[in-house]
Design a protein around this ligand. Sequence first.
Ligand code: NAD
Length: 505
Amino acid sequence: MSSVTEYLNYIDGKYTGGDSVEFTDVINPANSRTVFKVAKGTEADVDRAVQSAKQTLESGVWSGKTPEERANVLMNAAMLIFLNKDKLANLESVTSGGTIRRTSTVDIAITAATFYMTALTLKELPRVEHAMCPPWIVPVHSYWKREPVGVCAGITPWNYPMILAAWKIAPALAMGNSIVVKPASTTPVTTLEMAGLLRMAGLPAGVFNVVCGPGGAVGERLVTHPDVDKVAFTGSTEVGRRIARLASDSIKRVTLELGGKSPLIILDDADMDLAVNVSLFAFLLNSGQVCESGTRLFVPRHRQQELAERMVEKIKKLTIGDQLDMATDLGPIANAMQLDTIVNYVETAQKEGAELFYGGQRLTGGDYGRGFFFTPTIFINCRNDMTIAREEIFGPVQCVIPYDDVDEAVAMANETIYGLGAGICGKNVAETQKLAARLRAGTVWINTWHMLRPDAPFGGYKQSGLGRENCYHALLNYSEVKHICQDLTPGADDKFFNPLIGLNK
Ligand code: NAD
């Protein structure tokens, strides 16, 4: 008998599967050991989950609750996430490679706060809006209100599995929808755990379901299912394009959070210590596997060498290793395929003439053994048209691009298919604000990076996405607006339309 814990899909309020299911190994990227086995969902599982979601939606068991009742369940969920923080953080770290120092603090806080803040925002959202007679000449009362979109599908990636699932589950539930989530195959366990916690928080069975499995089968069945009304996807731009195409056949509502190649512009007056820290944080958090990582670093040409040298001094002091050790600064790359992608990009960069200033190698031997570790890497004297400056690498690779004047830097910063994040380091507040207005990105950070808050919108310009997550923007994306118009005139002869087509004759 296997000593590895097995996880089943969560459908209709139960962890379900039976003996005949196939399992996928979930491994720890620090040593390639199998840590869990997760049931591989099938298209039939998707159909059962969608059916359960649809039934609960139509029954009104959740969609018919008042916003206060729904908000209370979301608040309970926030509390349960905090109460289970050690378990959730451990599961998140061991499967995704995120350091325990981060998952047990920031990730838990953001996940719980997403439920909590969504509940608060829901309570403040106008229930109904009204308009009286004008422009009509007869007495009319119009009002409009928000209703659930219906059955939602959430598809999530492997880099921040818990937070990114919460960003879909909380607003979907807040607005009375039912939802089926498909997490990435390598990191599904925290999403499965959240399903149980939400049930404990008071969510009726069937409102939130989780089906694990491959994107091509399970994901596509969800995206094309006739009873799914909305798809919320976080992942690569390539898969996002396909999902948008597939969902368009039945005009499903779609929100997409996709890739990025975010520019950070260091201004000439920037404090060097601050510029070094922001530049490092921008591309090293989660070993660079963050969609809005700052991976194009625009630096005044005469400051490039000094900035790169000082970044390397700090990199040399970082502890790279086991993500479950509180002393670790940078954990492993999340999976073998991603490690290969990074290695290939580094080779391409060198072939195209980028100057490798530091790093560029996989870490092997000793404690690194069978893990997927990669050194923080800095290329200097890059050009904005090089592959490493155009394409998302999703690893700890910084691409330093020298510039001669700020207008040139802004033009290069915006010359990309992406528009997720952008940033500026500089002392002059007015100058940094003016530049922020010129950068085409969904979030612009000034003298900082990665500050995402559940009460502020997050999303991408251009091919980085469609729609926004978090705060009331997310609530709007998970609801339809219904206008109800009542003519208050009582009799047939009073109707405004009679003379229009001769009904008063
Ligand atoms: P991915 O696009 O390969 O997969 C994401 C999810 O989609 C997974 O659950 C996968 O199984 C599923 N999927 C794959 N093919 C599918 C298909 N044909 N139909 C339906 N579902 C399918 O992305 P990934 O490698 O897991 O994650 C890394 C990517 O995610 C990066 O590009 C990163 O920028 C992006 N990302 C974006 C954000 C954001 O908020 N913008 C956040 C995190 C990650």
